[in-house]
Design a protein around this ligand. Structure first.
Ligand code: NAP
Length: 307
């Protein structure tokens, strides 16, 4: 009777079994993740094929007569004139997603739009807006509605940072940071999120920062607070809209080289720019962000050091 009872496992065998199970679970999670990304890829390829593999977004935007699924609408990217926003616009153009580029510098937007039309054949609209103004988000939304542009992807990228102790800061700098990084982001997400919920389709990407995810050092109190706001907003919105088939992603990059951010925020002397292998390039960050956006992942942290 006692011989038929299962033998107690040795500690070593139990540990091996636990490790094997963990590896299997990880592999399965990775497989599912790949499937999710592949689904998006296939859906986009399908759209391209149905549009005649043209690479011409005018045709992509034409109403589809055979199927019942409408083609992908525009991606609105704020802060697209340079840096990470520009790189995200280029990455989306590579996916042949038609674009609406928003920033203050109209000359840079015009030049980027011309390049994207020439290189990728996508349809690109540009819109000059100052997101430091409280009514900017409503103006952008009104303008795109009036022009009949359907926005399926919103990228909240524009952001500003002014380095300095909070108590010594200029009140106008504080207001600008709060409005650009938080106020306009919340309003754009509200307005376009509502449209997406109605259409039961869409993607939103928030470009936050690691300083919004971990306790930040001195000199960036308001910036870090606005980035934490963005992260909290994104994660909550992601839970609210997932039942409607809308993916909301927050990207938290660390230092990103090749942008004007370090100079404009006066943080050039900060240690994060000098750490070996730490700063990432804008195209690398953009690729990670767009991938996560298409997969509908809630969070993405470019750079292994930030995981
Ligand atoms: N670079 C980094 O190390 C880093 C790290 C983590 C997170 N981030 C975040 O990534 C985002 C992009 O940063 P970046 O490195 O690309 O910075 P950047 O090179 O300074 O670009 C900022 C972009 O935001 C736009 N912008 C600034 N103020 C604006 C306003 N009032 N109205 C409309 N657009 C405005 C700028 O366009 P105009 O000047 O033409 O308006 C520009 O296109 C920001 O949200 C930033 O917080 C950056």
């Amino acid at each position: 009777m006692y011989n038929s009872a299962p033998k107690p496992q040795s500690f070593r065998a139990a540990a091996r079994e636990w490790r094997n199970n963990r590896i299997m679970r990880r592999r399965e999670a990775q497989r599912l993740r790949r499937v999710a990304i592949m689904d998006e890829l296939i859906a986009l390829q399908h759209l391209k094929r149905r549009a005649g593999l043209s690479g011409r977004s005018e045709r992509v935007m034409d109403e589809n007569k055979e199927g019942n699924e409408a083609p992908l609408g525009y991606a609105l990217v704020t802060g697209a004139s340079r840096g990470i926003g520009r790189a995200i616009a280029v990455e989306l153009a590579r996916w042949e997603v038609p674009l609406i580029l928003v920033a203050r510098d109209i000359a840079k937007l015009t030049s980027l739009a011309a390049d994207l039309v020439t290189c990728y054949g996508v349809k690109v609209c540009i819109l000059q807006a100052d997101l430091a103004k409280p009514d900017a988000a409503a103006m952008i939304h009104r303008t795109t509605k009036k022009a009949g542009l359907k926005v399926d992807v919103l990228v909240n990228n524009a952001g500003v940072c002014t380095h300095g102790e909070l108590v010594e800061s200029n009140p106008s700098d504080i207001q600008r940071m709060v409005q650009v990084n938080s106020g306009s982001v919340a309003m754009l997400s509200h307005l376009y999120g509502k449209d997406m919920k109605h259409q039961r389709r869409g993607r939103v990407l928030f470009v936050s920062s690691v300083v919004g995810a971990v306790p930040a050092g001195p000199g960036v109190a308001i910036y870090a607070a606005t980035k934490a706001f963005e992260k909290a907003l994104a994660l909550s919105m992601s839970r609210e809209l997932e039942k409607n088939g809308i993916g909301v992603t927050v990207m938290c990059p660390g230092a990103v080289k090749g942008t004007e951010f370090a100079k404009s925020s006066m943080t050039e002397s900060a240690a994060c720019w000098k750490l070996p292998f730490y700063p990432r390039s804008a195209p690398e960050v953009a690729t990670r962000g767009v991938r996560a956006l298409l997969a509908g992942d809630p969070e993405v942290y470019p750079g292994w050091q930030n995981r």
